[in-house]
Every structure is written in C-alpha cells, then in structure tokens.
Design a protein around this ligand. Structure first.
Ligand code: BMA
Length: 370
C-alpha cells in the first residue's frame, strides 16, 4: 500500500512538470517532457552557430565543423537573436533573419533542439551588450526607453513566432536571454543592474512574449555564469513560475582536470536544483578556446559529465567556431578537420553518454505515445 501511494505520488509529481507557458504548443510541451526524460539517458551535445561558418569555411550548405570531424550533426544548435538585426540597430535585417530561420528549420528537421541567446545591444547607448552603462531601469515599464524596448521585443517576437516546420507548425525553441548575469560584463549583469530590476526585466520580457504577443513556442532558460553556492546562483532568479531551465555557463572550472571537483559540484548542484523544481538542467555554454589539450573531450569534459551526481544534465553546448580568415584571432571551441583534438572528439561522440543527431528519439512527439 505504501509502495502504491509512493508510486502514485511519483507519477503525480512528474506529471506536474510543465512549461511555464500554460498555452505552449503541443510540440513545445512534448519537447520539455522529452528533454527531461532523455537527460536520464545521456547528455546532448550542442554547438553555437554550427551551420553558419566554421574555422576554415563560411556559407557552405549543410556543413558544420562538428559534422566534418565526426560525420554527424550535433543534437543542440545555439543561435543568437542579435543576428536578425542590422548591426547593433533595432532594425530587422530581413536577409539575415531569413537565413537564420532556414538554419533553425534545418536543425529542427533533423530532430535537433534550437536555443537562442541574445547579446542585446545596450539600449541606452546603442552600443553592444558589453557596454555596461546603466540601462535596465530605463527599459522597465515606466522607464523612458520602455516603448523602444517593446519595439525591439516585437521584432524578436515576430521572428520567433515565424519559425515553422514543414507542416507549418511553430518550431519549439529555447530562449535564454540576459545570460551570465552573475558576471559583471553585460549591461544586465551583476553590479550594472539591481537584482530587483533584473527580475522585473525578466518577468516583463517573458510576460510580454507569452501573454501580450502570445508566442507559444518558447521555453525559457535561466543561465548564470560560474557561481558559488545557492545564494550566488539564485541571486537574480525570477522564480519558478518564470523559468523552464536552470543552466550555467562555465569556461573556467572545466578547462583543466585540476578544478574538476569544482565543476562537478556546480553541475551536481544545478542538476539537483532543477530536479527539485521540475525544470531542466543544462551546461548552457562551455568550452576550451583553441583546444590545445588534444584529449580535452574524453579526459576532462566527459569525466566531468559522467560524475554520478551530475546525472540528469540535458545538454552541454560549446561556443562558436569563428571563421579564422574573417576574424582576427583564433576563437573556436569545437575541433575542425585536422585540429589537435579531432580524434579525441570522435571518441567523445562515440561514448554512450553523449547524444548527437543519430542518438535522438523524436523529441517533438508525445512522450506517452512512445
Ligand atoms: C562571444 C564571442 C564574441 C561574439 C559573442 C556573441 O563569446 O564569441 O566574438 O561576438 O560571443 O556571439
């Protein structure tokens, strides 16, 4: 009897885990439930801008450095909302938006997961996201730039709602705005906006997209930078009713084996906090720039992900491979053909723990029907 009650309770609690948008489309709800489930089996691998360009190429069709090296596409595709705008303006660039829309549709057609960050330009100065001039208070309701902020959101809302699959259904995507707020380098980050203003901005933004604009193909990710303990992690947390994912970006403790314990602790904590709240946990950004360690994938990242306490991490995403010919410095986080860690990355892909495109179930189908 006691066992029966316990299992009924377990069923009830798992059934409670739903996206924060009560009107989320069916595929969006399915994605949320399926990602939660899949996280018990393995960690999806993701790469930022993987289809846009690579270390030695740009603009090729159906290409990705990840695929060049392993033969398969990643499971998670990272993008940025800033890339639909004419450089640092509030004007949509229709050609850029169309290109990004096609990438998202291609990723989705392969069964992948799309996630959007937004390196949003500073709304007060009109420069980039790294301009830390105070700006959050100005765009909140009642602020002098609030209407301009709404217009900016309108452009993003129209774009996000326009992402459609071959049947014309909205493509579910993760939205990860105002990331790394535990760090001090973005205008919305620590020290540049109060926690109360940050929370107000988050809630306004989610409410505007979800309830005013009625965009129902979004899931929302809270994604800090490195942190020390719960007080630090949750310092800017808008609340369980405003977040579907608990994530963090870590380019520090994961770089070397020596700090693996710190990494494992952070990963275990975020996974536990997400589990307790019925949310999804992820390592939303990481990577070792230039990959000088030829065994970084199997000797550092994989053991970190494999720690028993970190079971339940949905995905790990490494940052972009800047095109070496176009950008001044070497800036890449996935190997390209011939790169020192390429062979090790192939082993990483083969691990039963990591999930790339061929390892994915249909994440958009009703989980109960499978
Ligand atoms: C940073 C770097 C920058 C880039 C930005 C947004 O981490 O990759 O070069 O402009 O992300 O993609």
């Amino acid at each position: 009897m006691r066992w029966l009650l316990l299992s009924m309770l377990l069923v009830a609690t798992s059934a409670v885990a739903q996206p924060i948008d009560g009107h989320a489309t069916r595929e969006t709800r399915n994605l949320f439930a399926n990602m939660q489930r899949l996280a018990q089996r393995g960690v999806m691998f993701g790469h930022q801008n993987t289809l846009t360009y690579g270390h030695d190429w740009a603009g090729d069709a159906d290409r990705s450095d990840v695929k060049d090296v392993t033969g398969v596409y990643p499971a998670v595709y990272g993008w940025d909302v800033m890339d639909i705008f004419a450089d640092k303006t509030d004007r949509l660039d229709p050609a850029k938006a169309a290109r990004l829309r096609a990438f998202v549709a291609a990723a989705h057609a392969r069964g992948g997961v799309n996630t959007f960050s937004w390196h949003m330009p500073n709304p007060v100065t009109g420069t980039d996201a790294w301009d830390v001039s105070p700006a959050v208070a100005a765009i909140l309701p009642g602020g002098r730039l609030h209407d301009a902020y709404r217009r900016r959101l309108d452009i993003a809302a129209t774009f996000l709602a326009s992402l459609k699959d071959a049947q014309g259904r909205p493509i579910p995507v993760w939205f990860r705005p105002f990331h790394e707020q535990t760090g001090a380098w973005f205008w919305w980050g620590r020290g540049n906006a109060s926690a109360a203003d940050f929370v107000a901005l988050w809630r306004f933004t989610v409410g505007y997209l979800r309830d005013t604009r009625r965009v129902h193909n979004l899931l929302y990710a809270y994604s800090t930078d490195i942190f020390d303990g719960a007080a630090d992690y949750f310092a800017f947390y808008p609340g369980d009713r405003w977040v579907d994912m608990l994530g963090f970006d870590d380019y520090h403790s994961i770089e070397i084996t020596r700090t693996r314990d710190v990494f494992a602790r952070r990963l275990a904590e975020v996974t536990r906090w997400a589990g307790e709240r019925g949310k999804i946990a992820a390592l939303t950004e990481t990577g070792l720039e230039k990959l000088p360690d030829p065994q970084w994938w199997t000797q550092v990242l994989l053991p970190g992900l494999q720690a028993p306490s970190s079971r339940g991490v949905s995905y790990v995403l490494v940052w972009r491979n800047a095109n070496a010919a176009r950008e001044k410095r070497e800036h890449f986080f996935a190997p390209y053909r011939g790169q020192a860690s390429a062979a090790d990355f192939v082993q990483f892909e083969k691990s039963p723990m990591t999930l790339f495109e061929p390892d994915l179930p249909n994440l958009y189908a009703n989980p109960a029907a499978r």
